[in-house]
Design a protein around this ligand. Structure first.
Ligand SMILES: Nc1nc2c(ncn2[C@@H]2O[C@H](COP(=O)(O)OP(=O)(O)O)[C@@H](O)[C@H]2O)c(=O)[nH]1
Ligand SMILES: [Mg+2]
Length: 273
């Protein structure tokens, strides 16, 4: 074989490596990163959350205020964010629906969701965006649980830790994944994920998050995670035992829906495009 025919064969075959997007193409293409913040009474923690975002890491920050009773809107406006205000409280899922609609309308290539309650380490935003830009994954989850000792020392209540471990293990098995934490509030998405997943059909409540992950797996997107240390303090965590229990039971229901849908035994709206 001459070296010429080897070159021709190499040109025909796809480039090696994990990326589906050619790295050279994405390196030159403009790549718009938008951070979205679903906010509810976040006035006292917003500025701290923003301060930790590395400069130049995001092109725009959209804050959606879900009819807070504090002055979240005034603080966010003063800090120069793009602010959208709900006239009535729609819930955490409803808030995210507005966040993603706005981010897509504004041309985001990657959307990073971060809570404005200063719970998640916002310094990792560019790392999550870069993993998506490189083509390694389509959706990045921030895992709050690197080790048990670290999670508990960081202030995660023991009952939350135990519930999280049980649910995450079960979800990994059902969805065929290997994520460290299925219930984190730090998430980054490739635009195509938001364009494909029918998240508008999801709940307006907290279970929106679990539905979204099950849908992402169902539609064939690649999920990955990075360690994101969290802080626990009064303003950063308001979900009580009762609400968490309801959320846990609904998570099991979403897993059941996923299995029935995958096995063609039933059809659920949230898995219909
Ligand atoms: N829209 C809306 N968001 C809420 C509500 N309660 C909490 N959130 C938001 O949901 C996110 C998670 O709530 P949080 O109390 O921090 O939960 P935890 O950290 O998991 O205990 C935060 O960004 C809150 O701003 C609510 O009633 N409505
Ligand atoms: Mg929180």
């Amino acid at each position: 074989m001459s070296s010429n025919s080897e070159t021709a064969a190499a040109e025909d075959s796809p480039a090696p490596g994990p990326a589906t997007t050619a790295a050279t193409d994405s390196a030159v293409a403009p790549f718009k990163v938008i951070a979205v913040m679903p906010a509810y009474n976040a006035a006292s923690t917003l500025e701290r959350t923003l301060r930790d975002i590395p400069s130049g890491a995001v092109d725009e920050i959209i804050l959606v205020d879900d009819c807070s009773s504090d002055n979240t809107v005034e603080v966010a406006t003063k800090l120069g964010l793009t602010v959208i205000r709900h006239e009535r409280n729609t819930g955490y899922g409803g808030n995210q629906k507005t966040c993603y609609t706005e981010a897509l309308n504004r041309g985001a290539d990657v959307v990073v969701m971060i809570h404005p309650d200063y719970q998640y380490d916002s310094r990792v935003i560019p790392i999550a965006a870069e993993l998506i830009r490189l083509g390694n994954v389509d959706l990045v989850m921030g895992s709050r649980i690197r080790t048990r000792a670290e999670a508990l020392a960081g202030g995660m209540p023991a009952w939350k830790y135990i519930a999280n471990r049980g649910l995450t293990m079960f979800e990994n098995i059902v969805l065929g994944q290997n994520l460290g934490d299925f219930h984190s509030g730090f998430r980054a998405y490739r635009r195509e994920v938001l364009e494909t997943v029918p998240w508008r059909k999801n709940s307006d409540d907290f279970i929106f998050d679990t539905q979204f992950l099950a849908q992402s797996v169902y539609f064939g997107f690649r999920l990955g995670d990075i360690p994101v240390p969290v802080r626990y303090f009064a303003e950063a965590s308001s979900i009580n035992f009762r609400r968490s229990t309801r959320y846990g039971l609904l998570t099991l229901w979403v897993m059941k829906q996923f299995l029935l849908q995958k096995l063609h035994l039933w059809r659920f709206r949230i898995f219909q495009k």
